[in-house]
Structures are given as structure tokens and as C-alpha cells.
Write a protein of this length. Sequence first.
Length: 398
Amino acid sequence: MSLMMLEALRISPLDRCKVVAGQKGLSRRICSVNSFDAPDVLPWLKQGDLVVTTGYVFKNDEKTQVELIRKLAKRGCAGLGIQINRFLLDLPKAMRQIADECDFPLLEIPYDLSLTDLLLPLLREIVTKQEELDQRLDKNDHFLTKLLSDELRDENIILSTGSEIGLLPHHQYICICLKVDSQYSDPVWLEQRTHEIAKEMNVCVLVSKIDDGVILLQAPLQEQISLACLAEQFGKQLWERWKESDEKAKIQIGIGEPCDDVKQISRSYQEAKEVLKLSEQMKMSQSKDIYHYSDWSPFILFQQLPHEQLRNYVIRTLGELLKVDQEHDGHLIETLETYLNCGSQISETARRLGIHRNTVTFRLNRLKNWIHEDLANGDHLFRLQLAIYLRRLIEPKD
């Protein structure tokens, strides 16, 4: 759980601290409090830390003072509090300037206020809010688990029970499912980021801990922009914030079809799950890894056909290329697939593959020796692209 700096500054005795710079960063959130007086503290700090210190380690080093502010801001810390009239009579001008530039709150801590006295009330408040949030999430999950698994079929029961956790009647609904590998994959972090985005986009959401996270997006029936577009924008915002917090995170987002009947919410959820499963099976990668069920529904239909029938189509269409491609480490089919995805643009194909355009042209010319399709014919290109997709469907990559 976390507190906004602005909220924390109302808690005694933190309300005695003075914000001397970085006021524009008071929306930063405090997840924990960390005190230090050692020079090598940075590796131990994390996003959301409010850092407090006596200032002893950098009392006579302006370069270190400035660099510390810059590094704390980049790491995503909430702010820096320095006890004055102990080792520093006043916070240096250079520190104030860089704090303002970084929108990073810089606090003066009164001399008579011990750092321990500062830490305990803040940590107590964070723990209290964490417990409240856990209770709310558990209540949400109990209802949403039944709703999403299609256990609830009576509209009146769904709306009366759901109203207690924020389910709105006479709205459109769409489910967003997440598959996440990140250090910030805990439900509390997801809840906070989700509601931040919802507030900015002026939409209503419900969040569940089911799987790696499920978000139910709600919008009025008369909403001008389509709910699918809103879900796309929401997914992009969430993806970007996750990447800002953890650039190594792997986030995949599945979006179901919208509905205007609460009894159909479970269908939207199943669709979002299905498209995530299919994208993983086919090892497809898109910009920001956001997948719409509507875009992938043809392949979900193809899954219903016998694999032998699909395999025969792939063999007939790609022919000898399948065998030859193994001798070229998969580069030929990879080149063909990228070429088709780029709208038959050689320069863009070369850019995406990181090779020279002449190499692309050379490979395409070689391809013509093993496939019996005209790369200048739209119908032929469609058959090739379909065969490549079906190959992924029946022979997922390792």
C-alpha cells in the first residue's frame, strides 16, 4: 500500500516538516520509509521509498548532494527528508534547484524530531491502509470469482451484490486479463496503478486478483468512444507504467469483447483469457503485447478444425520451403512473415529484421524457388500469411 506525499504531510509529526523544493512532485507515493547515514545506500533503495537522513555523509560535498537527488528521483523514490541544524544548517541551494528540476520533494526535518519518531507513524498508516485494501480486494474477489466463472446468472442478484463493490447498472462492460512476470506483480500495486489510470481517463473499474489480475472496465451506454478503444488506451497506459517501474517486466494484456448485459461479463472474461492463451501458443509479439479477442477470433475458430486438416493446408501452401527453411535456421520463413506483416515493404522489413534491404531482396528471390505463389498477387499473399499463422497454431515454437 502507499500514501501520496501530500497525504503523508498531514500526519503528525510529519506535518512539522517543511517542503522546501520539488512541490510539483507531491503526488509521488510513499510505499515505505528508509533512513540512512551510509555512503553506499542507493543499491538498497527502491521505488516508493521516502528517504530520511541527518545529511552527515554529504554535509560538505555539493556534487554528492546534487547527484543523490538526481539518482533518488530516477529510482522513483517518494522524496528526501534531511534533518537540519545538525550537520546542515540549511538545505543547500544546489539541492533545492535540482529537486525542483526533478519535481522531487525535498523536506526539512526539525532538529528536535528524531527520525524514529518520523518513521513509526508513517509505517503504521501504511500498514493500516494495506489491511483495508486487502479486505476490499478479498471482498471484490469473492464476488468477481463467481461472476467471471458464470456462477451468477440472476441479473438482480448480480446488480444488488455488485453495487456494494462498484458494479454499475446500465453500463457497457469489458474484461481485461493480465499475464505478468514482474517484481511489481502484487495485487496491491495493480490496484493502485489501475485506479490512477481510471481517474485520469474518467472511467470506472473493478480489479480482481484472479490469475495475474483481471480488470473490469465500465462505461456509460451512450459513451462516444467505443469501449474496445477505451480498453486499448487503458491497456497501453498500464503497460507503460509497468515498464517504467520494471523495464524487465513481461506484460501481456488480453481484451475480451464488450457487452451491455451483466450476465455476459463472464463471456468477455473467457474471451480475454482465450486470446492470451492463443497469443502465447502462437508466440506472437505485438507492440506493447496487447491482444484483442476480435482480432484473433478467426484463429480461435481455426482451433476447432482438425489439426490434420490445418497441417495439410500448411504443407500444400508452403511446400518445400518448410524443409529448406530448417537448413537456413528459420530465416526464410521469418523473412517472409515479416515481409507480409510489413505490407510487402522491403525497407520496413529490413528495419524490423535488422538487416540490409538487399539481404531481404535476396531472400525473397530465393523463396520464389520453393513456393508456388506470386508475391505480387494479393490473394496469394493472403494464402501465404494464413499458412504461416496456422503453422504457429499447430506447431507452437519452444
